[in-house]
Write a protein that binds this ligand. Sequence first.
Ligand code: MG
Ligand code: ZN
Length: 349
Amino acid sequence: MKKTILFSLLAGILFCQAQENPPNIILMIGDGMGLTQISSGMYANNNQTILEQFPFIGLSKTHATNKLVTDSAASGTAMATGVKTYNGVVGIDSENVSQKSILEICKEKGYTAGLIATSSIVHATPASFYANVNSRRQYEDIALQLSEHNIDLFVGGGSKYFNQRKDGRNLIKEMSTYQFVNSLKEFKKSSAQKIGFLTHESEPPSLMLGRKPALNQITKLSLEKMNAAGKPFFMMVESSQIDWGGHANELKYVVSEFIEFDEAIKEVLEFAKADGNTLVIVTADHETGGLSLLDGNLKKGKVEGKFGTTSHSAAMVPVFSFGPKAELFSGIYENTALFDKMLEIVEEK
Ligand code: MG
Ligand code: ZN
């Protein structure tokens, strides 16, 4: 009898502790980052990637409701909300019903939340975490939905969708609880509870054309800010332009964007290792370009490939995970299961 009571007490304490310490979740999405994009970047970068340090690896099936080959909107929605849907729609299922995202669920549970992208912040992938629209092209509507949201930190391009709108509204002025910063220096200095950093008026340029600030710097500073808030946090970091390199069939574009992403993943993994209660998931929404690696030179860091399409392909994409419950992400599963697994962790089932 005594043993039972002791056991219940212990279990109760353990349970309470678990409830009090839900893990941070950092979801990192390489848009268009299939296995050959990773391989290209790795071979071109002294045959190494930080992804080699992740203990668990899975594969995600990316198909959409109506098409074998998904777009970023349907796949973003699948990962963010757990439902398969049509290509082109954001945050709604195939019957037009708005879905709650993992970011929103985390917010309800007392998390802080952040979004970082190297595209505009209203682009399909980041939008999947806060918006519900019929078309991913409704950028001004998506911006409006972001302005009505309570995301604590966001970094990405697309300021024109906030302050050069057809309806004449200036959402940056309307978002009075936010501090908007205009440079990495200002971003670093800011200790505001809610921060917006719209890095470019439209879509940011490629890294090859000089995009700044670097994703690893933004990521590192964001981690410091999220951590300083003293609550568990959910963060989504997207390397958006691996996909654009694939669409352009430019291997150099793909490789340079991947190597930048690799640096950002390194920051996140270092943080997670030091923190001890941070789950890191790195994956892709789909492969882009049907890329095959056909030749190259390891010593020279040269890779040569062929693209099979200027669009996406239906190949499964890898999932790398580290941290508490990371083992849940090994195996082969639908991309919607990424949501299910994150939900399971957030709900402590
Ligand atoms: Mg994207
Ligand atoms: Zn694409």
